[in-house]
Design a protein around this ligand. Structure first.
Ligand SMILES: [Zn+2]
Length: 320
């Protein structure tokens, strides 16, 4: 599932590639991908809008459009953006031939340009396209999404605060202060792994970076959030910023489906320490990495150097 670094990396690529381009039309192959407004209104509103900026909020990718509108995209499990150069045709004939297959696979793409001269597009994963945003210059921005949980919404800018109400501070901004983070954790009795996934505490952190940040700070994922020492919270705060920043530099983590704008996998999976590393030796102490389930999500940690429950904490838990 794309988390903050993957969304940020895509935003940076899009900023270079599409700011200034004008949308001609939106072709929608799976209606439910459009979460707001209705499909006819979405298609009518989007035509002729210029892309004025690209931003990120938590795991949401935002495209600012002329006329004080913005597109808000949440990729959920498997959503990806791919940018196609001009010269591609979209074949939707499967819709008439086999509706069930169409609903799974989406359209087929053909290049009018001779094979071998299409550059990067030969690497592009062109299945499972749900929406194609066509630019007036002939390029297409495709939203592919095998699992179909991703959503694209169109909103007026004056409703942005409402749309992101309750979302916590951006971890790579000045809004993510140590004192605020300490106060947030002090009010939570749940285990720290679960609290890090709470988007009201810090925006954009999911399973990969929660596991990596806890490893960085040498904190066991099952520790109660309000039982961490000040030093541990300080290290965890530092760890969140560090693992996110480093992943963006590596182009994000591609474990399953995440691809960048040109269809390339991110390289950060070669740099993770615990996420999906169970059975391998810890890079810090050599103990084998373990996996456990916490709140129905897998957690990966080193039992050697991520400290378990403190004696005082286990006494307090037993007393409850
Ligand atoms: Zn270790």
């Amino acid at each position: 599932m794309p988390e903050l670094p993957e969304v940020e990396y895509t935003a940076r690529q899009l900023r270079v590639a599409v700011v200034g381009a004008t949308l001609q039309e939106a072709q929608v192959f799976w209606e439910r991908t459009i979460g707001h407004p209705t499909l006819p209104d979405f298609q009518a509103e989007i035509a002729g809008r210029r892309i004025e900026g690209v931003r990120r909020r938590g795991k949401f990718l935002l495209l600012d459009l002329s006329g004080d509108l913005f597109l808000s995209i949440h990729r959920r499990m498997t959503g990806n953006f791919l940018l196609l150069p001009s010269g591609w045709r979209i074949d939707t004939s499967l819709r008439e031939q086999d509706l069930a297959a169409w609903n799974t696979k989406g359209p087929t793409f053909y290049s009018d340009v001779a094979a071998g001269s299409t550059g990067d597009s030969s690497n592009v994963e062109l299945r499972y396209c749900r929406v194609s945003l066509h630019f007036t210059d002939g390029r297409c921005l495709l939203f592919t999404d095998p699992r179909k949980f991703g959503r694209i919404e169109l909103w007026s800018k004056d409703r942005e605060d409402e749309a992101f109400h309750g979302l916590g501070p951006e971890p790579l901004s000045d809004a993510f202060t140590l004192s605020g983070f300490m106060a947030a954790l002090a009010s939570k009795r749940s285990v720290i792994k679960q609290v890090l996934l709470d988007q009201t505490v810090v925006a954009g952190v999911g399973n990969i970076y929660a596991d990596e940040a806890l490893f960085y700070a040498q904190i066991h994922p099952q520790r109660p959030a309000n039982g961490l020492t000040q030093d541990e919270v300080r290290l965890l705060h530092e760890g969140i910023v560090s693992v996110l920043t480093s992943s963006i530099e590596h182009g994000g983590t591609s474990f399953n489906d995440y691809r960048d704008l040109w269809g390339e996998a991110g390289d950060n999976f070669n740099h993770v320490h615990v996420y999906h590393q169970e059975g391998k030796p810890c890079s810090r102490c050599g103990t084998l990495i373990e996996r456990m389930v916490i709140a129905q999500r897998s957690a990966h940690f080193c039992p050697g150097c991520q400290k378990g429950l403190l004696h005082a904490e286990s006494l307090a838990m037993n007393a409850e």
